[in-house]
Write a protein that binds this ligand. Structure first.
Ligand SMILES: Nc1ncnc2c1ncn2[C@@H]1O[C@H](COP(=O)(O)OP(=O)(O)O)[C@@H](O)[C@H]1O
Ligand SMILES: [Mg+2]
Length: 268
């Protein structure tokens, strides 16, 4: 399964990992030679049980972690061995949406969403605030929400606020770590729809970590099954559920989700 293709990735391949290994010390081999390609404009969902190395893998993709060995290309650039300053530039290509939206509780919605622009640009505050209001509106949130604190919002609203913040720097790639975790099924489906809407409306590439099989079937163009730091299967969700890989079929079956009943929201 190793990608033998040397040299620069195809321009369509916005995220490419080749034989990526990560060890945090003796006996702590977390990634054991991961090959992965996420295509521009598509949704790639990485599934796997807890402790498989999914978050670690995502941290490598967004340049927060450097591999022990292997190559990582982001938008055509090999990011392994770059300086901290160069990595900071690469990190700005990603909008990150965390499990519990990771909003600052003591800050208003306005302060939370405005933060990346205040931090990384010299735009006037008025302009930043207008952009915050516009983006929240696109996500279906009223301007009044900007004055509220995260604790005053529902789970679904917090998710939207987290998304708005991730979109502020207009990144080409959005990454989500367990976006539906801890949400009720109804809100989870709303989040799936949002992920797809973000992709279509803002023309972004999405990389999603999940152990929600329903979500994977609804949004993924490509699903990748990670077990104990290795990719054991990849393909469309249907290919994982009914393909050659027994491990993948078992993983899908053990979720208890009747995948034939799951409606797809990802188009194209
Ligand atoms: N900075 C670190 N130092 C040591 N071990 C780590 C570190 N980060 C992650 N790990 C270990 O890597 C393994 C996989 O973790 P993680 O990537 O969070 O898995 P997942 O997201 O699939 O649940 C875990 O055993 C975890 O303890
Ligand atoms: Mg994780």
């Amino acid at each position: 399964m190793a990608a033998e293709t040397p040299g620069k990735p195809h321009p369509d391949e916005i995220v490419v990992l080749r034989d990526v290994k990560k060890s945090f010390g003796e006996g702590q081999d977390v990634l054991k030679g991961v090959d992965l390609v996420a295509r521009r404009g598509e949704t790639t969902v990485i599934i796997g049980g807890s402790g498989a190395g999914k978050t670690t893998l995502l941290r490598h993709i967004v340049a927060l972690e450097q591999p022990t060995s292997g190559e990582i290309y982001i938008d055509g650039e090999n990011i392994v061995g770059l300086s901290e300053r160069q990595l900071n530039r690469v990190r700005q290509k990603f909008g990150m949406v965390y499990q519990y939206a990771a909003l600052l509780d003591s800050c208003t919605v306005m302060e939370n969403v405005a933060f990346p622009l205040v931090e990384h640009t010299k735009k006037p505050l008025k302009e930043i605030e207008a952009k915050v209001v516009d983006t929240l509106k696109i996500l279906g949130l009223d301007p009044d929400v900007t004055k509220k604190f995260p604790a005053e919002l529902s789970g679904g609203m917090r998710k939207r606020v987290g998304l708005a913040r991730a979109l502020m720097l207009e990144p080409p790639i959005l990454v989500y770590d367990e976006p539906t975790s801890g949400l009720d099924p109804l809100t989870s489906r709303v989040v799936d729809d949002l992920i797809e809407e973000m992709r279509v409306r803002f023309n972004v590439t999405s990389v999603v970590i999940s152990h929600d099989i329903t979500s994977c079937f609804r949004i993924a163009h490509q699903a990748i099954l990670l077990i104990k730091g290795k990719v054991v299967a990849r393909g469309s969700p249907d290919e994982l559920a009914g393909g050659d890989s027994e491990v993948a079929r078992d993983f899908v079956r053990q979720s208890g989700v009747d995948v034939r009943q799951v409606g797809r929201v990802s188009k194209g």
